[in-house]
Structure formats: C-alpha cells, structure tokens
Design a protein around this ligand. Sequence first.
Ligand code: SAH
Length: 352
Amino acid sequence: MTEGLTAVFARLIAATGPISIAHYMAEANARYYGSRDPLGAAGDFVTAPEISQMFGELIGLWLADLWQRAGRPEGACYVELGPGRGTLARDALRAARRGGLCPEVHFVETSPALKALQEAAHPGAVWHHDLSGLPTDKPLLIVANEFLDALPVRQLVRTASGWRERMVGLDADGAFLPVAGTRPMDAAVPERFATAAEGAIVEASPAAATIVQEVAGRLAAQGGAALLIDYGYAEPQLGSTLQAVRAHRKVDVFAAPGEADLTAHVDFATLGEVAEQAGARWLGTSTQGHWLAALGIGARAGSLARAAPQAAEAIEAATIRLTAPAEMGALFKVMGLAAPGWPDGAGLHRVT
Ligand code: SAH
C-alpha cells in the first residue's frame, strides 16, 4: 500500500522544516484526485454539471453561438480542463452539435481515476497532462469548471516582523499547523495590501495565473474562446479562502491531506488582467446566476419540464440550486475570454 500523505509530510517537515501551503495543497490534491472519483452524492462534493444537464447544454450553446458569429472557422477543438466524469462535455457537445459545431475533443486531466471515467464516456477524445500538447494550429474552445479552484495557492501572512510565507509545520503532538516562514516576503505583497494589520493573509495562485496566461496566449495565436467557471471573487481581497471538503462537509484543512478536496477561491480580477496581458480579449466576468439566466435557463427548464412532467419538480430545484444567489448563483463566477477579432460572448459584459 502507498504510504499515507500524512506520514510523508510529517517525515519531510521533521527532516527539513515547514513546507509551504502551496506545496501542501499541490501534493494533497494530486493524491486526492489521483485516487478516486470525488463527485456525487456518495462522494465528497457535487458540481454544477452533475446537478443538471442544463448547465453543460448552455455552455455548449454559448460556444456554438460564438463560433458561428466568428464565421464558423474550420477545425475548432473543444478543450476541457479537469473534465471530472465527462458529464459537462457530454451535455455541451450534444448542444454544440445541434448548433453545427462538431469539434475534435481534447481533455487535460492528471487523475488516472477520472481519466478512466472520461474514456468510457468519450471514446474519441484525446488526453493531455497539461496544455502544452494541445494542437497549435486550430482554434480552441476551452472550458474549465471547478478546475482553477483546485490549483495550489500561495499565502503570505503579516507578522510583527513583516510579511512571511504561510507554511505548514508540526506541533509537539505531531499535528500539522500553519506557521510563518522565516524569510522576509514583503517584496511579494501587492502595494494595496502592504500596510494590512498583523495576522492579515494575502493569497495568490501562481498556478492558476500560469494556466490562464497559457490559455490566453493560445487564443491570441490560434483563435478561439474560453469559459472559466469557478467560485471566487471579482475584486482582490484579503484573507485565507483555503478550505477542505469531505463527504459534503467542511473539514480541517490540516487534518487529513490527500483525503479531502482542498480548494481556494479564484481571484477573477487578477486572472482577467493576466489574460489581457497575454493577448486575449476579456469578454467579462458575470455571476453564474446572471449568466445562466441571460442564456435562457428558464426557457430550457420549462421545455424539459413539459417533456417530462414527472421530473418538473427536480428540474425546478436544479434551476434554483444553479442560479439562486443564496445557492451557487452569486458565489460562482463565469469569465469569458476570446481571441482578438472574435466577437463578444452571450451574457457577458465588461464591468470595468
Ligand atoms: N469539471 C468537473 C470536475 C471538477 S473537479 C466538474 O465540474 O464536475 C476538478 C477536476 O480537475 C478533476 O477532474 C481533477 O482530476 C482535475 N484536476 C485537478 N488538478 C489538476 C491539474 N493540476 N491538472 C489537470 N487536472 C486537474
């Protein structure tokens, strides 16, 4: 049996000192996703495409609409980052084909467990470990739902003696706990937060920024568009958003690395700037509730309910769960990007 990550981390920290939050989160999630299907009622959490087919369908329609208005360029590829069980892709591709868009399918996935499920649902797809192997000569229509939030964050904490990286150490009983690093990190703190009070935490995800930069660069060079959907904030903010979820409950981030899903909120303002600097058009960032409403989730729910009256209540409940501000509607955001020269995306407008 593979050694538990708790023991691996404990040995590493005892031997060489505290490890960074980013290191802890990256290794914990690699172990977590690599070893299981975390989705669904019997798993740890439920995502929007697993709640209702309407979510993926509206994404597929959005892509097909944009592709049509871009002049139906040849050879467009559907690319999904972290496709989970392949449910979103199934619903999106069905809807896109009705709009005349029949793309090649490419998945970026590192988990062997989830790749096996995706293979069963999408026998014709091509898999990649990262974005580097994606085609370089065709427009890319890129989708990522609840992908960026699983990428590691770095945290800086304000101490009495200045800013330090937030690390994971061991207490006297061998439990993990957050500690401040020894190296001064003042230079890494954005100016607007530099004078924050002692105890303040600044969070950033260099891994998410790197991926968005790569996505934007590809769009600029090859054409295409991207929809990045996740829970997060539209304006930069202070504080740790790192959380662990297991069996649909929040648990201690430091209790059982590799056994719970670790996520952090996505900083959409920063990612929008990164995308523009890398040459893409930032089409806007909307809340999931507004975006789905603008795309016509109400009408789609109505027609599904008329076709299957026995499911009408469940369809109504799913619509509320996806769109109501107290549910997923306000916390989840939808960010659209496109190649220069590509048209605006339905339901999105620049707020700045
Ligand atoms: N998009 C799906 C699954 C979300 S869970 C849905 O909405 O249901 C996060 C997904 O990202 C999983 O498929 C996970 O294996 C994948 N993932 C996490 N970290 C990754 C990484 N660094 N590279 C590629 N895929 C990753």
